[in-house]
Design a protein around this ligand. Structure first.
Ligand SMILES: C[S@@+](CC[C@H](N)C(=O)[O-])C[C@H]1O[C@@H](n2cnc3c(N)ncnc32)[C@H](O)[C@@H]1O
Length: 269
């Protein structure tokens, strides 16, 4: 099933939230800690101006956005499903108390989170923008084209999206590429993938997934990212074989351009 064929208009964010995030699962706690530490380490001691962040395919999950909160002047939550967009807009007004538990885990990780703890809700409202859009619209395959659509974001996350939007490996690859290409050179990112998934239910609706492993993720990221570390977390529920968390940085332009030219030359040979 391709991305365009799945019933995104019928994605039930409340059922998804109840099933996945109402309680903090051990795997999510570990992910939040790893991501919080990774972003904190990246920005620590640097005199950064507040940056632009993006969470691609945000769905009914706020912890990726919360993990970027201390450093961002704007965080785009890009999401295709209208019901998820509605859920996210509701959370902007006042996010559900359950998200406070994920926030607490981040505060336990680093001072950067504790420093904005007191006004986290106001800050969340101020900086987060929900954008109803198709992630494939971020795509711009020409590395020589000017910036506007790609390379805009200086920090990014994409959780359980590229492999969970269709059963096509080609769309999986394009989704990962769209995500990393949206990031500015040097931007830190966190991306999580369900390994070995055959699809999933949200309420009574079935959504497609693509069966991927770490090697396949790495093969795509290798072209666009550097210093990538992989963390493997065990199976959370039946229906997949584990979770892959990739933490890395978008490659500098020159390296990405060189790789692209090499690939083009190989193709023509
Ligand atoms: C399995 S959910 C993951 C949600 C959330 N990121 C999380 O961590 O739980 C997959 C999400 O991808 C979104 N999605 C699917 N196709 C998309 C597309 N083409 N563009 C943007 N979002 C898309 C879905 O609406 C859904 O919210």
């Amino acid at each position: 099933m391709l991305n365009a064929d799945a019933p995104w208009d019928a994605f039930d964010p409340d059922a998804y939230f109840d099933h996945n995030y109402r309680d903090v699962l051990a795997a999510d706690a570990e992910i939040v800690e790893l991501v919080g530490r990774y972003f904190s380490d990246h920005f620590r001691g640097k005199l950064n101006r507040p940056v632009l962040g993006i969470d691609v395919g945000a769905g009914a999950n706020l912890y990726p956005a919360l993990s970027m909160l201390p450093w961002c002047r704007e965080i785009t939550l890009l999401e295709r499903s209208p019901k998820n967009v509605e859920y996210l807009n509701r959370q902007l007004r006042d996010f559900e108390p359950e998200w406070g538990r994920f926030w607490k885990l981040l505060c336990d990780q680093d001072e950067a989170y504790r420093a904005v703890d007191a006004d986290r809700r106001a800050r969340f409202r101020q900086v987060v923008r929900v954008r109803e859009a198709d992630l494939f619209g971020l795509e711009d395959r020409n590395p020589l084209s000017p910036r506007p659509r790609q390379e805009r974001y200086q920090i990014g996350t994409m959780f359980f999206v590229a492999e969970s939007l269709s059963s096509s490996h080609d769309e999986f690859r394009r989704a990962v590429e769209c995500f990393v290409r949206a990031l500015a050179p040097g931007a830190p990112f966190a991306a999580a993938f369900m390994e070995g998934s055959k699809g999933y239910h949200v309420g009574d609706r079935f959504f497609p997934a693509c069966d991927v492993n770490e090697l396949q993720v790495d093969e795509i990221l290798d072209e666009f990212a550097e210093n990538v570390t992989y963390h493997r977390l065990g199976e959370v529920r039946p229906g997949h074989t584990g979770i892959i968390l990739a933490l890395g940085h978008r490659k500098p332009h020159s390296v990405a351009l060189f790789r692209w030219l090499k690939r083009m030359l190989r193709r023509d040979a």
